[in-house]
Ligand binder design. Structure first.
Ligand SMILES: [Mg+2]
Length: 298
């Protein structure tokens, strides 16, 4: 438990910073949605309008919300359209899209990859598969990592895995491959699938082109929208979400984030002065943030 993170609802410094915020980048799983994935539920997954009421209020106030998630493009487009928003960031920062209709615009970010790294005719996802990144991790950590079925399919920029990995150890294995790749911890899962590890909760992991991350995607998106870092906030629950603090003025962690080893280690490794927490978990924490933001933004 990292004790020094102030509550968003009671810190005047947060209210001051939020008064200038016009766009919120929100993680989905473990943050905007309840256990099981519903947005129409409280933190314990019972039916509730706690988040829906705040979404409507933010939309009425003209405050923009951009989902940013490890999920793929199709999943993000459907959710963004349903909730009345106008853009989204998919695959852990690799795909940035404005618009949910047929006239959408997109930017694909390949991080630090040189232009000629992807083989002709292959997507970045296929290029990562060509060097056997998933297979190499699975062989190095038997029983501790697997494809996160069925969502590992239909992807363009990143691999999606499930496992119980030390990220530094997994990264060292990826570093033996002839392609610059990063291993990203995208937070805790509820199901082990066919994993045999039981010494830590299962996590979702992404293998991305080196440098691709949520913070970098927010930088690109803010520039595209003509907004500054001072006009942006982010909310999430995982170690990779915490890095969004580099790109926004207000970073908020929902209460359940503090159950993640990666989040606590990240806070201890790199103290930051622009991170706040909610008292509530998941949807209830999201609604708590939204109420504070609306009050501060006037
Ligand atoms: Mg999450």
């Amino acid at each position: 438990m990292a004790p020094d993170i102030p509550l968003i609802a009671t810190d005047p410094r947060a209210a001051d910073a939020l008064s200038r915020v016009r766009v919120l980048y929100t993680d989905l799983d473990g943050t905007l949605v309840a256990k099981g994935g519903s947005v129409l539920a409280d933190a314990a997954a019972s039916p509730s309008l706690v988040v829906a009421e705040q979404i409507v209020a933010l939309n009425r106030a003209g405050l923009a919300v951009v989902p940013i998630s490890g999920r793929g493009r199709t999943q993000l487009r459907e959710l963004t359209q349903l909730l009345g928003w106008d853009g989204y960031i998919a695959e852990a920062g690799g795909i940035i899209v404005h618009g949910t209709g047929l006239d959408f615009q997109e930017r694909v970010d390949l991080g630090e990859w040189p232009d000629d790294v992807a083989a002709p005719g292959l997507s970045p996802f296929e290029t990562i598969n060509q060097v056997r990144a998933a297979e190499t991790l699975i062989e190095a950590f038997p029983g501790r990592v697997e494809h996160y079925a069925p969502w590992q399919l239909d992807r363009e920029v990143s691999l999606l895995l499930r496992g119980c990995l030390d990220v530094a150890e997994g990264q060292a294995v990826l570093d033996t491959l002839p392609l610059p790749l990063d291993l990203v911890d995208n937070g805790m899962l509820r199901s082990y699938g066919t994993l045999t590890c039981r010494d830590m909760p299962p996590h979702a992991y992404h293998v991305v082109p080196r440098g691709v991350c949520k913070a970098r995607a927010i930088d690109l998106d803010l520039a595209w929208r003509g907004l500054s870092r001072e006009q942006a906030a982010a909310i999430g629950d995982s170690a990779t979400d915490l890095q969004m603090a580099d790109a926004v003025s207000v970073m908020t962690l929902v209460g359940n984030a503090f159950g993640s080893n990666g989040v606590v280690a990240g806070l201890e490794r790199e103290p930051r002065d622009n991170v706040w927490r909610t008292a509530g978990d998941r949807t209830e924490g999201w609604a708590e943030f939204a109420r504070v933001w609306r009050a501060a933004a006037g």
